[in-house]
Design a protein. Sequence first.
Length: 309
Amino acid sequence: MSYRNSQSGSAIITALFIMALVTIMAVAMTTRLQIDIHRTQLLLNFNKIYFTASGVKYWAIGSLLQNARQSSNDTAAIDHLPEYFPTINDNGVLLNGKLSDLQARFNINNMADPSYAKNFMHLLKYVAPTITALTALQIINGIEQHLLRNQSDLNSSVVADNDTSKKLANPFASISELRLIPGVSASLLQQLSPYITALPEVTPININTAPLAILRSLGDGLTEAQANTIINARQTKNGFKSIEEFTADPAFSNLNIPNQLITVTSNYFLAQANAIISQHKLILFTVIKRHITKKSIIITAISETRNDT
């Protein structure tokens, strides 16, 4: 009797062991399936949010094209930026965006041209009033050395193309690279960030879209009142139509701003898309270049970066 009970007990233990194994395997398979489902959902959400956010890029390109077509000038366009893409709900994705003028900022690659060094010095003093002259000069020298790396002189690093714009041999690809320059702290870069950009060629500053800080960096360093006079005048005129119109104004003719350092039209722009779905947020940045000739308008997305959270 005890032998039969022993066999029965062993069978029960074996059965329980097998059931435990089956349960563990079932739980593992279910967990794996849930993980796969979650991963698939994340991929679907990513594709959905990315393609939805890309709509802002095409909206920006369309807006720039329309501005160029409506311009009375065959080779330029007066843009009234920034423009905003209103918030919409596109199949569960909340989307909004912004189109801004990158030539409203100071292009750090302009430092390949010595004419811009004084403007950058003014900008440094404006955003960081406590910065010492020694530190400011150290930063300027560091930027110039970076741009002229492996070059014998400035002329070998700046070459005029067919449009007389200036190409750079060793440009900054991103403003974050300024952290490599002695004297540029994280806090200083944060202060400068709203006012600077890194473009692949030397670009004049657009006086129709430049903010107060950039306008104050022009010439010998404008006063706030002088910069606000420019802002008020461009609003009244709906934008200066030419540099000649700007310099002909008696209020600006004595500001000592070289004509070659400023413009009323731009070639480089930034489209920013902000998209949210569930807990996934995507910020998509697209740098856009527009080139206008008498025969054509060419608009190209030249770079794209994204910030996922």
